[in-house]
Ligand binder design. Sequence first.
Ligand code: ARG
Length: 588
Amino acid sequence: MKTILQMIEDELRPAFAACGYDEDLAKAVISNRPDLCEYQCNGAMAGAKRYHKAPIMIAQEVAEKIAGCPAFSKVDAVKPGFLNLTLSPEFVSGYLTQVAADERLGVDPIGAGKTMVLDYGGPNVAKPLHVGHLRAAIIGESLKRLYRYTGHTVLADIHLGDWGLQMGLIIEETHRRHPELPYFQADYSGEYPAEAPFTISDLEEIYPTASARSKEDAEFAAAAHDATVRLQQGDPGYTALFAHILRISVADLKKNYGKLNVSFDLWYGESDAQKYIPVMLERLKERNLLHESQGAMVVDVQQDTDTKEIPPCIIQKSDGASLYATTDLATLWQREQDFHPDGVLYVVDKRQDMHFTQVFRVSRLAGIIRPETSLTFLGFGTMNGRDGKPFKTREGGVMRLEHLIADIDQAVYERIMENRTVSAEEAQKIAQIVGLAALKYGDLSNQATKNYVFDVDRFISFEGNTGPYLLYTIVRIKSILRKYAETTGQAPASALRPAGDDSEKDLQLVLARVNEAITGSCLDIAPHRLCQYLYEVANAFNSFYHDHRILAEEDAERQQGWIALLSLVQKVMETGIDLLGFEAPEQM
Ligand code: ARG
């Protein structure tokens, strides 16, 4: 469906043409002077040079042509040559009635036939999730939903960090504690136990212990390194132990991501990419890209146009071990082979910028993905504490994600209990829903690339630009619609009525931008744009609500129009927060 801007341009184009000007001048934009008009066209300014005419003359001619057009209630040509446009209430409500009837709120399936791979997990197996993984999960999940809504086929891949030294550390620590286990017997030929020798809480203790030990005990560190190499070479006992670690960690990760309302289609890990390394290396050799540098095999990726140094990408260390970049390249190989994606998008900490620059360049040089496939790195900023430094626990340690979530839920719970309108049990449930919204919106409402300050008190506030404010607005609407249905026994009408006053018109105008807002957030890879839009909708609705006594309205027709309007606000806001990855409770 067309956007409201396109609808306006459809009206402007014939007017420009009829006056003898090029139709491409008929560009409409939202007004930057909302006190004067709703939309404007600056085409006369652009046309002045082309037609050697004063812009105001062009604007006046066009204004005269469209004066009688039913789309506009007011058209002004103002100096130096702007066309100020005010839409007619009928035009806006007619457009919104179409939007309300469209199951995708007028959003075109621009991604039909396109496949996107989204890489936004990156948790490290056997290590608990921490706040650093929070942003990837929150932003990535929202982008996945935006891409799907706009018709793309999306494959969300968690890309587990399961192939590094941490595996060797866990294996070696287990070895130290239980040398009698069959995984460590060289001559063992039976089946390995189906039951793991540790639980998730054991694992969470084993890893930090082993990591600390390796720093003090050189022999242990060497043994862990050996264990990593042996695992990578396919040692059967270690492989069996690795499978246990993976299974237990993945079950725990699924639970934790589930609490965040985040899910993945593919649970591949770095380990799954290993089998593609040989073919990938073969390609690098075929194209003469690999050369030796200080014993390592590297690919040069510096380009003439670079303004700073981009170091060579190291593919293989002198001992033959592969690196983070090697794995990412092999993963791209696998993705190309399995999915033929039109785009691959990585949502990772922006401090990994150089890594992705190198990986993307090598994959282009080697033709690992097709030239037309886009490779995008959305590097996000750090979540800081109120002191402006990376967020830590009160004791100064790394905050675990589940503790962070529990803290927010508790704060929301206390706020809800202040009003004491619901039972404690009910308040707990609501707090979880609202807490998640507070957390996610607090993150998503910032431009992803920027650092932001994690401020629980601000995030959980029911007022201002927050998640709970949006939820509160939705809850208010639901309550009005419920009461309307109870008292009248009627389902909401679907046709909107022309706005009767300013706050109703303002609300309708904001709603009329919904498809553009959703499509734009997706194309710009910018969930914060959608946040900003939903905040505008909530504000416009609350002003409207303040000015109108909806349930007490005696003119039934007018009331029906308002109810249809509210239903649309609800649909827009519920769709919007779903695209951000959270939902609204029934009451709060
Ligand atoms: N596991 C990595 C880390 O914790 C993040 C992985 C990001 N994704 C990727 N394809 N490199 O830093």
